[in-house]
Design a protein around this ligand. Structure first.
Ligand code: GA4
Length: 331
């Protein structure tokens, strides 16, 4: 019989056409936050790709390094210890299984809520003081990344000529903001190196349900984004920058003007990849709908009205690759 790994892990397709498309791709939009007026560039990147890279981001390097060190330490623990922090229901440690509906990837991870400290109880009861320290480091990092995410959202609102500068950012600033923080560890996956030279799926293709996601990774590549024409582009690793992507909720709030980018991670055969992602989400009771100034009237909305609670509930019933917004599109 086949080894379990070939049964459960699909391989990404590599075609000559995809390779040609990748060659002509001008590269991920790069936005230097220290330069004046990046608004226009930001809007363009969100419209074209729903994805961009930021430098001079203002997140303190020590905060990044400390979190990375904590994460490396945690993922190096024996799996019997790590599983004590699981299952991720929805917060905690997870290994290979993603979500609740049968998705798997060559990845282990930790999921945290950002506003409710009770999600750390699982850790505290098992890891004692070490968990307290982990929590502090995560909180400090999340605060800095959230600040940057809010600044970007305010520049985007300006770029879209929305009167209320905090139309998007206030949802993340809200005490009830339903945001998530995730640490992913993709162990090196040498299994198929000799057989065909291709890599396996670390995290299958999907869009993020929230408003905005901010990702930082170590120096190991693996992240790929899908272009509008369906071709996959590998994003070169850059441990000193952040990668930002538009989530489904921001696509809806801009009535489809910004694109929630489809992305995935393929494993590396020799190096392990570590990524840390902040998913900025609205309060559960928030109505997600196009901003009035971006449409002529309610009838112009491409989407049926829904709350973030409803969207999330529906997302957790879906498979990773499903088109989750499809259910909420007007016909
Ligand atoms: C994708 C974005 C975030 O990582 C996440 C993921 C969540 C999970 O891993 O539990 C989901 C996925 C994500 C979308 C659809 C559902 C839920 C796995 C899955 C199959 C934490 C999130 O909010 O949605």
């Amino acid at each position: 019989s086949k080894p379990a790994i070939t049964q459960h892990f699909s391989k990404p397709k590599h075609t000559a056409a995809a390779a040609a498309a990748a060659l002509s791709f001008p590269g991920v939009p790069l936005i230097d936050l220290s330069k004046p007026d990046p608004q226009t560039q930001l809007v363009k990147a969100c419209e074209e790709f729903g994805f961009f890279k930021v430098t001079n981001h203002g997140v303190p390097i020590h905060s990044i390094r400390e979190l990375e060190a904590q994460a490396v330490k945690f993922f190096s623990l024996p799996s019997s210890d790590k599983s004590k922090a699981g299952p991720p229901d929805p917060f905690g440690y997870g290994d290979k299984k993603i979500g609740l509906n049968g998705d798997v990837g060559w990845v282990e991870y930790l999921l945290f809520t950002t506003n409710n400290q009770s999600s750390y109880h699982k850790f505290s009861s098992i890891f004692g003081e070490a968990a307290e320290n982990f929590r502090c480091v995560v909180n400090e990092y999340v605060a800095a990344v959230k600040k940057m995410a809010c600044e970007i959202l305010e520049m985007l609102a300006e770029g879209l000529k929305i009167q209320q500068r905090d139309a998007f950012s206030k949802l993340l600033m809200d005490e009830q903001s339903d945001s998530v923080f995730r640490l992913n560890h993709y162990p090196p996956c040498p299994e198929f190196k000799e057989s065909n030279g291709r890599n396996l799926i670390g995290f299958g293709e999907h869009t993020d349900p929230q408003i905005i996601s901010v990702l930082r990774s170590n120096n190991t590549s693996g992240l790929q984004i899908s272009l509008k024409d369906g071709n996959w582009i590998s994003v070169p690793a850059d441990q000193d920058s952040f990668f930002v992507n538009v989530g489904d909720s921001l696509q809806v709030m801009t009535n489809g003007r910004f694109k929630s980018v489809k992305h995935r991670v393929v494993t590396n055969t020799s190096k392990s990849r570590l990524s840390m992602i902040y998913f900025g989400g609205p309060p559960l009771s928030e109505k997600i709908a196009p901003l009035p100034s971006l449409i002529k009237g309610e009838e112009d909305s491409l989407y049926k009205e829904f709350t973030w609670f409803e969207y999330k509930k529906s997302a957790y019933k879906s498979r990773l690759a499903d088109n989750r917004l499809g259910l909420f599109e007007k016909i």
